[in-house]
Ligand binder design. Sequence first.
Ligand SMILES: Nc1ncnc2c1ncn2[C@@H]1O[C@H](COP(=O)(O)OP(=O)(O)O)[C@@H](O)[C@H]1O
Ligand SMILES: [Mg+2]
Length: 265
Amino acid sequence: MSTAVTSLAPAAPLLNLLGVSKAFEAKGDTTQALDDVSFSVQRGQFVSLIGPSGCGKSTILNLTAGLMAADEGEVAFDGRTVGGPNRRVGYMTQDDALFGWRNLLDNVALPLEIQRIAKPQRHARAAEMLARVGLAGFERHYPNQLSGGMRKRVSLARTLIYSPEFLLLDEPLGALDAQTRLVMQLELRRLVDALGLTVMLVTHDLHEAITLSDRILVFSKRPAQLIHELQVPRTGDQPPAQDVQTALYAQLWQWLTPEQEHIHD
Ligand SMILES: Nc1ncnc2c1ncn2[C@@H]1O[C@H](COP(=O)(O)OP(=O)(O)O)[C@@H](O)[C@H]1O
Ligand SMILES: [Mg+2]
């Protein structure tokens, strides 16, 4: 077929980290967070980062968002070095950071308000995003009237309102009860697929990584080095069959155990 020629060219990655190292100075001590980390993320991929607590996963998200700079190496987004706040990413952390005195519409519309978009337009867009996350009809509610899962939905709607291409999710569902978490995981993947987004998710939940991702990157204890990587064999929009998930879980656990043992050194 005539499409063969174009398909020979490998797609350029949306994100590329090349030899990235990063240290922090605090009270005269130096903490080496990342050591020579290289990987790339293709457009449309859902990638999870796992590794011991404090190893440097959030630092990778912060570098991608352009909130801090690498000491060595390069972080490139869509072929360009990230040299300041990266406006093409949406960043969602564990803390949902909703403003209690603002109703849901005004919480979700906040990023557009900062951009000085007129009220009718930003409210229309915020209502659209609330509907996207299953909260149509709750526009005039206040955060304290919501369950934990609903607050996460609002936070996600606010992250999506300025149409980011790349989502950075730092343990976004960590604080939820198990059942709400499962529902949110399914909806998150569905929404990401529907919007064609690229995702980098930090999670300590191996099941979550397996059911949501196309690819899982495993990092060592600090300073984080990329030690293993795993492709998750998804079929269409479905996670792998239960027996495959069990095998992947065992593999990840085996890779992580030697890393975890040193945590309390
Ligand atoms: N802004 C900062 N200032 C000082 N130290 C930091 C800063 N951010 C992260 N660190 C340190 O860098 C290491 C890695 O942190 P982080 O990336 O948050 O790990 P993870 O997300 O894997 O738990 C930790 O020891 C942390 O205390
Ligand atoms: Mg972290």
